[in-house]
Design a protein around this ligand. Structure first.
Ligand SMILES: N[C@@H](CCC(=O)N[C@@H](CS)C(=O)NCC(=O)O)C(=O)O
Length: 214
């Protein structure tokens, strides 16, 4: 029998809370009504303390019975195979969902994360600004013409694309009304709100445990 466990850190600093990628898996489980629990690996020592499960020392990873799956995209696809709320079962709908899920990771996040990271350096010039602007502009053209990325309905590809686009710096970059409306629409879903609230509560409880231990 399937026993879904979403793995995350036991604690993270305040900055990334609400954006830690276990939220992607929580959100998908919430959308699909899949029962899951959350377990943790220590944030301290993360570079080496769970390499057997996530070879880059990151989270999230997913357990399902005897399966261990790292990479949030792979975890989402695993969940999508268990629920047609997340991915249609017809070959065309499934192919479109997979295509746009990979586009979220490999055409948008692949540019947006290094761009955001470089911006933290405080340098006036960010050499990736043109590239990220072009990718986000191309996506804006797509989202200007349709409500959902795949199969004319909500899929896990929208969940992931919205999660990539809702990063505050990305969201604030440029004037992209269709993308903004898309992120607003996706993050208004009750399943997202539950996943986000649960993540925030998880890390807030960890603050209490840390101060108690100290
Ligand atoms: N490609 C990975 C990226 C995972 C990732 O960046 N995880 C962050 C948390 S959101 C992390 O573990 N950061 C800590 C670190 O890299 O040391 C995925 O999508 O699962």
């Amino acid at each position: 029998m399937s026993e879904l466990i979403v793995w995350t850190y036991d604690w993270v600093p305040e900055g990334p809370r609400g954006f830690v990628r276990d939220l992607r898996l929580r959100w998908a489980c919430e959308e699909a009504g899949l029962a899951y629990s959350v377990r943790t690996v220590p944030f301290e020592g993360r570079e080496t303390n769970h390499l057997a499960y996530q070879p880059f020392g990151q989270i999230p990873f997913l357990s399902d019975g005897g399966l261990e799956i790292f990479e949030s995209g792979a975890g989402l696809l695993h969940l999508a195979r268990q629920s047609d709320t997340l991915m249609p079962r017809d070959p065309a709908g499934e192919a479109q969902t997979v295509q746009w899920l990979i586009a979220a990771l490999n055409s948008i996040e692949m540019v947006s994360v290094p761009w955001w990271f470089l911006s933290l350096s405080g340098e006036a010039e960010n050499g990736l600004t043109g590239w990220v602007g072009s990718r986000l502009g191309q996506l804006e053209a797509v989202l200007g013409e349709r409500e959902w990325l795949a199969a004319d309905r909500f899929t896990v590809a929208d969940l992931l694309m919205a999660d990539v686009l809702r990063v505050p710096k990305v969201r604030a970059f440029g004037d992209r009304p269709a993308s903004e409306a898309y992120v607003t629409r996706l993050t208004a879903r009750p399943a997202f709100a539950r996943a986000r609230a649960d993540q925030l509560a998880h890390f807030a409880a960890a603050d209490g445990n840390r101060s108690g231990a100290g």
